[in-house]
Design a binder for this molecule. Structure first.
Ligand code: GAR
Length: 301
């Protein structure tokens, strides 16, 4: 049985682990970030307390003026103080990005462009729907298509829309940072897998932590995992006599078809269905939802 201090310690550790993953930082950097928050909090609280006397407020001053001054320092002064403090902890860049997010959210600076890379292995019908949906979008653009099969339909689609393509090879993909560098050079911010059949290596998952989305042609966690793609999934669903199948859109982590699920939709499997007819129904569902779910995920809908 866990004692109270043990329980407290393990939940604290798990909270730190979650923060580390969310911010994609080392444990040393997480420590410096937390120090920045702590020092900023106490400094701001202190300044907000003494500032009333600095500006000459006393007990005769109307209480609402004092409250307004303290709140402005706590809300707005905090944002400036945190940047100053972060500088001394060597975390200015992290906090400047954090401040930019707030300024963007309140509309004080324009949204940063989102540049998508689509990874696909085959026909590319999903890729095409996504490209069409985001064409002329003010913030998002499909900037690169990466494919592992020469002659795949998705390469023609990319060419038709004037999108740059990269043909990738397995050894480099699995064992080097070559394609991460390509993505970074193109300013890619997010990755969309649209019928991409290779497992995403750990270095790429880390470089684009929570920024890779995948579509799977079944209702995960069923009918997922290694070797489960395209027609094989539909055949397995039919063989098992399932009455329904569907699609799952999820974030990508180091394991096959395992990341956080963002969306599912279902379709009926009829006794007359074969893998081709089921694939057709699944494709229709994918085309109707994937582009919209991507836009929602990117918060640009
Ligand atoms: C889609 O049905 C997609 O869900 C599936 O490949 C098909 C690609 O079609 N992906 C997987 O099976 C991944 N495990 P498309 O090339 O016409 O977009």
């Amino acid at each position: 049985m866990k004692t109270a201090p043990n329980l407290f310690f393990s939940s604290l550790c798990s909270m730190f682990n979650k923060l580390q993953q969310k911010w994609n930082v080392s444990s040393g950097q997480l420590f410096l970030i937390l120090c920045t928050f702590a020092v900023t909090g106490t400094t701001t609280a202190y300044i907000s307390r003494v500032a009333t006397s600095w500006v000459g407020f006393d007990e005769t001053t109307f209480w609402a003026w004092k409250l307004a001054l303290r709140l402005s320092i706590l809300i707005f002064g905090y944002q400036i103080i945190i940047l100053i403090v972060s500088f001394f902890f060597g975390q200015f860049r992290f906090f400047w990005n954090y401040e930019k997010k707030i300024l963007r959210r309140v509309g004080l600076i324009p949204k940063e462009p989102i540049r998508l890379a689509i990874f696909a292995s085959g026909k590319g019908s999903n890729a095409e729907k996504i490209i069409q949906y985001l064409e002329n979008h003010p913030v998002v653009s499909v900037s690169l298509v990466l494919c592992n099969r020469s002659g795949a339909g998705v390469l023609d689609i990319a060419a038709r829309y004037g999108i740059k393509t990269v043909l990738i090879s397995k050894p480099q993909f699995d064992n080097s940072n070559e394609y991460i560098q390509v993505l970074k050079n193109e300013g890619i911010t997010h990755i969309v897998l649209a019928g991409f059949l290779w497992k995403i290596p750990e270095n790429l998952v880390k470089a684009y932590n929570n920024k890779i989305v995948n579509i799977h042609p079944a209702l995960l966690p069923a009918y997922g995992g290694k070797g489960m793609y395209g027609e094989k999934v539909h055949q397995a669903v039919i063989n098992a006599g399932e009455k329904k199948s569907g699609i799952t859109i999820h974030l990508v982590d180091e394991h096959y078809d395992n990341g956080k699920r963002l969306f599912q939709a279902t379709v009926e499997v009829l006794s007359t269905d074969n893998p081709d007819t089921l694939a057709e129904k699944i494709h229709a569902l994918e085309h109707a939802h994937y582009p919209k779910v991507i836009a929602e995920w990117l918060k640009v809908k």
